[in-house]
Design a protein around this ligand. Structure first.
Ligand SMILES: [Zn+2]
Length: 136
């Protein structure tokens, strides 16, 4: 019986090594989609303002814009969307620190629409790979 014990141990060692190999390959494959490259892309200039955001499981969260001149947090004005006399609906982003100048103006709708438009632009730049050229 003792002559069978050595091949048994060898098989066990081989099995252990291949098991570790399979696990590390599995983890490497699984790790890739968990940490896509664009997760380090968290700011860009869009419509004249500097936008910052965070990633939460591939979703853009805490998206907001800042003044490219003084870094102040911008305030929004989408009053044209509530005014039925105004022919163009838009959202202005204003810097209170720069004499209330309009830093960015996004046409098409209110604040929710404007944030959605910026989110779509971020998504577009990721899909086209444009963001890599800008951050480099
Ligand atoms: Zn400013």
């Amino acid at each position: 019986m003792s002559s069978y014990s050595l091949p048994g141990w060898v098989l066990l060692v081989v099995f252990l090594f291949s098991f570790i190999g399979v696990v590390s390959v599995f983890l490497a494959l699984r790790g890739e989609p968990d940490k896509p490259e664009h997760l380090s892309y968290v700011e860009d200039f869009i419509h004249g303002a500097k936008w910052h955001w965070q990633w939460l499981s591939n979703q853009i969260v805490n998206l907001w814009c800042y003044c490219p001149r003084c870094e102040a947090t911008l305030v929004y004005d989408d009053s044209s969307c509530h005014n039925y006399l105004a022919d163009t609906k838009k959202t202005d982003f204003i810097c209170e620190n720069c004499r209330h100048s309009i830093v960015a103006s996004i046409p098409g709708g209110n604040k929710t629409y404007a944030l959605g438009a910026v989110e779509r632009e971020i998504d577009r730049r990721i899909r086209t790979g444009e963001y890599k050229r800008q951050s480099a």
